[in-house]
Design a protein around this ligand. Structure first.
Ligand code: 1QQ
Length: 414
């Protein structure tokens, strides 16, 4: 007995001293001031490849959970940007290195990812998170730590107002959503009664539905049926779909995320609704096709990106995406590319980073991000002093599914 206790104490002491020797001291403060990234050798595949210590940029998006239906597209877009900008000289000759931390689909995951990127990975800025619902919890951490955060897909009202270090390349629901209603009414001038449904546990959906409802009642003076709510975690929408059908609406508008939104469309159609459907920004992914299958056909949605955009950078982005994925790039990939782009182009303006402390780099980087004008795959963009995006062109697409309902495309109609 006694001998075993002594053995346990000795083992514990050994573990403690080993831990101290490996990690204890090698943490934050002694990292090089401007980088902190791991001292990985630069990949030097290209001839004129940038060299030196890579500049770490954080990407905190949903790589797991239902929210990864969007997050996967964001990872792809961000990686294309990393390759593209490193192939084009990096940041004044130094490469960038994206550091991915999975946020999963909730607030806690986003907070964890932000903390790891800020304190452990020592990134200069963060692109993320995926949902507005997550941004309202995680962005304040970036603000407190004075780390620039560029929202790649946060469209709810109030995001840039979270704080000084928050900007976004995703146009707000107030700018994008009304385009879908305008198109639907152009196509169907006889619409009189509109049914609206939204996910009440999601900040973006709550914000977007307000825009839709105001357009219905105030802008177009149409009749609004009693509004139906659901949760993003719901799978059975019989109650809401039945209530909608009883109202006999001429148009249905849904604000939710891809899985719940797609299932809601499917169940509405199965119960017999045949009229037009508008989906909000949560429908803006081809990953919704397997959810509503043939019932996705005809869904109208407004977009902040079109792969047909003619700029040189969009054609480069489109080609890289198509070469890798075999299809046209979606909005969330383009926005993630733009998020990385504004950080890279703002870093280039800072000059020699090696003489700057990390805190100084982050602070000056934020000022440069807000001051710049960028030619991105989304078109030209800049920021308001608060960090909201100035973007002038929006699009409307209609989902076209193939006959078997296994695959589809976003067909641009405006
Ligand atoms: C938000 C959104 C979502 C649809 C992004 C995936 O617009 O959360 O703001």
């Amino acid at each position: 007995m006694k001998i075993r206790q002594i053995q346990q104490v000795l083992i514990a002491l050994l573990v403690v001293s080993l831990l101290a020797a490996c990690g204890g001291d090698a943490t934050p403060t002694s990292a090089p001031a401007d980088s902190g990234g791991s001292a990985e050798p630069t990949s030097s595949s290209g001839q004129a490849a940038p060299s030196g210590e890579p500049i770490p940029i954080g990407v905190a998006v949903a790589q797991t959970s239902n929210v990864s239906l969007f997050g996967q597209e964001q990872v792809t877009g961000a990686k294309i940007a990393e390759q593209y900008f490193n192939d084009n000289g990096g940041v004044n000759g130094r490469p960038i290195k994206l550091i991915f931390q999975d946020t999963a689909g909730d607030e806690a995951g986003a907070i964890n990812a932000f903390q790891t990127l800020i304190n452990q990975d020592k990134v200069v800025a963060i692109v993320g998170p995926t949902l507005s619902q997550q941004a309202f919890s995680a962005d304040p951490i970036a603000v407190q730590n004075k780390v620039p955060v560029v929202g790649p897909s946060n469209t709810a009202g109030g995001i840039p107002q979270i704080g000084e270090y928050v900007s976004r390349v995703s146009a707000p629901v107030s700018a994008v959503a009304p385009n879908a209603i305008r198109y639907a009414l152009d196509q169907n001038p006889d619409i009189k009664k509109v049914a609206v449904l939204y996910a009440q546990n999601d900040a973006f959906s709550k914000s977007e539905t307000v825009v839709f409802q105001r357009a219905v009642t105030d802008t177009y003076k149409l009749e609004l049926a009693p509004v139906q709510t659901f949760q993003t975690t719901d799978t059975d929408f019989t109650t809401q779909a039945t209530a909608v059908l009883n109202e006999k609406p001429d148009l249905v508008i849904i604000s939710g995320l891809a899985t719940d939104g797609g299932n809601l469309v499917k169940q509405l159609r199965e119960l017999g609704y045949t009229g037009p459907i508008i989906g909000g920004n949560g429908f803006n992914t081809t990953n919704i096709f397997p959810v509503c299958q043939r019932f996705c056909d005809g869904i109208i949605l407004a977009q902040a990106y079109s792969y047909q955009q003619e700029s040189e950078i969009n054609q480069a982005f489109r080609k890289a995406y198509k070469d890798a994925q075999g299809k046209e790039p979606p909005q969330f990939s383009a926005q993630a590319f733009a998020g990385v782009q504004v950080i890279v182009e703002a870093l280039r303006k800072l000059g020699d980073l090696s003489s700057m402390a990390l805190e100084q780099t982050r602070e000056q980087l934020n000022q440069q991000i807000l001051a710049g004008t960028y030619e991105t795959p989304l078109g030209q963009l800049s920021f308001t002093p608060e960090g909201d995006i100035n973007q002038s062109t929006f699009y409307v697409a209609v989902i076209k599914m193939n006959d078997s309902g296994t695959d589809g495309t976003f067909e641009f109609v405006k």
